[in-house]
Structures are given as C-alpha cells and as structure tokens.
Design a protein around this ligand. Structure first.
Ligand code: NAP
Length: 280
C-alpha cells in the first residue's frame, strides 16, 4: 500500500489556522489520500524546519505569517506570480530535488472578491493597509483587474513606498503613511496588516470609505474581526473577512500539489456555518 502523502503549514502564530481542516475537506471531496498538519515555526528555525520536513518525506508546505519572505528566499525556483510578489506561501519539492515556490494568495483574493462576492474592481480606488508578505502577494493580481489606482498605507512608511515602487510598472500605485490618508476616499479598503490577529485596528481616519464602498480583511476568525466591524460602522456595502480567500488560496495550492482543483463553494459555506454555530 502507498504511504499517505504529508502536507503542512508553518507559521507563528498558527493556533488559529483552519488550513488543516480545509485540506482534509479537499482531500475527501477529490478522493485524495493525504494528511495536513499545522506547525508553530518561528523565523529563526524556518530553514531547518523546511529541510527536516522534506527530508522526512513531506510533499508540500504552506507558509504563513511571518514566513512568506523567508520562503521566497529559500525557494530554488519560483513561479511567475511568486517572482512578482517576492513572497511565497506554497512550497514543494520537485522530482529533481529542486524546491519550488509559488504564491496563491493573489488568485485566492481575486476569486473571492469577484466570483464569490461580485465586487467590481475595474476603475475602483483601492486602499491596501499593510506592506508585508500578504500585501505583496495581492498587488499584481489586483492591478491586473485594472483599478483606477492602488494606494498602500503602512505603519513603516518606507516599506509602503518601496513596495509600491516595485509594482509601478504594473499599474497606477503609490505608498504612504496613515497620516497621509486624510481627505482620501476609496471604493475598496483591504486590511493586509496583521493587526486583527491582536484585536487591533490600524489608525484609520474617518470618511475613508466611499459611499457603497466595501471592506475586506485578509484575517479571519470565529467572530467578525475588528476591521470587519469597523467596515460595518462605516456603512460598507459589504464588510468581509478572509475566510473565502483562505479557502480559495488553499484550493489553488492543492491544485499546484495534486493537479486536482477542489470545488470551494460548499466548503466555504460549511466553514461559515461551523463558526456561526461556535459563536451561537
Ligand atoms: P507580515 O508580513 O508580518 O506583515 C504584517 C503587516 O502588518 C506589516 O505591514 C506591519 O507593518 C503591519 N502591522 C503589524 N502590526 C501593526 C500595528 N500595530 N499597527 C499597524 N500596522 C501593523 O504579515 P502577512 O503575512 O502580510 O499577513 C498579514 C495578514 O494577512 C495576517 O492577518 C494574515 O493572517 C492575513 N492573511 C490571510 C490570508 C487568507 O488567505 N485569508 C492570506 C495571507 C495573509 P510594519 O511594516 O510597519 O511592521
């Protein structure tokens, strides 16, 4: 009998991760045999943990906060979207022993925004909060949808400016600090900071969201995140968290690893229903 293939996610913190349940649901739906585990891995032990995982026969890895830049540096071959984003969330060892890195975050977000939630991006004014690994993974796919422009705001302003410069050939984009946002309005505000994980909100001015604008938090939890609640308070047309993106980026990683594309709609519904039950 063949050995069960082992996949995993590395990150810190990782306790909240729903990736193991999602991949088990994909495996059941597509009748693939695999196990998927979550591991607390800090930056300083990332490289040795990757080597150990693949030495022990592991087939594929997801990397999450704060490891995506390191995974990009560690990969020996990169997909086009990983090259562009300079961040990797999906790794696997090719048959020739070369470590391949991909980034499925962008396609996950775009699928959730457009296909699952019918949020139009064409000519829209988009604000991205945060300039870390997640932010760099979503910029090129967002620019590809021809928005009017994208502004990246970050606590460390230089990081926002550097990131926007990296993508300036792909479309209209600039970087700034939170103080520079006064008087601006956006049709879509995406929270790509890690603040929701700590129950905090970046310092956002009032009147930032245009009428009928939408808010999207890449973070997710059993309860609405602080940013989702902020969006509701701003009267957003839709204020969503990143559960849909999580399932969509996982489906793309599953496809990269297994060559089979799982159907996501029922799984997103099931996970939403489960968390609604949890919070009563
Ligand atoms: P990261 O690389 O560590 O970047 C964190 C970002 O948050 C940086 O821009 C950082 O600003 C900012 N930040 C942290 N604390 C802050 C504070 N107190 N005030 C203002 N800004 C603060 O993390 P990441 O990998 O980009 O992940 C970001 C978020 O996206 C996480 O919540 C992650 O769970 C989520 N995510 C979700 C999905 C999904 O599928 N739904 C996929 C990817 C990521 P500085 O640069 O100034 O430090």
């Amino acid at each position: 009998m063949s050995r069960t293939d082992h996949y995993a996610v590395f990150g810190h913190p990782i306790k909240h991760s729903k990736s193991p349940s999602i991949h088990q649901l994909f495996a059941k739906q597509t009748q693939q045999h695999l196990i998927y585990t979550a591991h607390e891995v800090k930056q300083e032990s990332f490289y040795s943990a990757v080597v150990d995982f693949f030495d022990q026969g592991g087939k594929g890895l997801n990397c999450t906060i704060p490891l995506k830049k390191l995974a990009w540096q560690r990969a020996e071959l990169l997909s086009k979207r990983a090259q562009l984003s300079k961040a990797v969330n999906t790794l696997y060892l090719q048959k020739d022993g070369v470590l391949f890195g991909d980034n499925t975050d962008g396609v996950g977000l775009i699928t959730d925004l457009i296909k699952n939630h019918a949020i139009a991006l064409l000519n829209s004014r988009i604000l991205i909060l945060g300039a870390g690994g997640a932010s760099s993974g979503i910029i090129a796919p967002l620019l590809n949808e021809s928005p009017a422009y994208i502004i990246i705001a970050n606590r460390t302003v230089d990081k926002a400016k550097t990131l926007s410069n990296e993508f300036s050939k792909e479309g209209e984009i600039s970087g700034c600090g939170y103080n520079d946002l006064k008087k601006s309005q956006f049709d879509l505000i995406i929270n790509a900071t890690s603040t929701s994980l700590y129950g905090k909100l970046p310092p956002l001015p009032e009147l930032l969201l245009a009428k009928s604008g939408c808010c999207y938090d890449l973070a997710y939890g059993n309860l609405p995140t602080v940013f989702v609640n902020w969006g509701i308070k701003q009267d957003a047309k839709k204020s969503l968290d990143g559960l849909g993106m999580l399932v969509e980026q996982a489906a793309e990683a599953f496809f990269v690893w297994r060559g089979v594309r799982p159907k996501t709609e029922d799984i997103i519904k099931q996970l939403s229903a489960e968390r609604n039950k949890l919070v009563g």
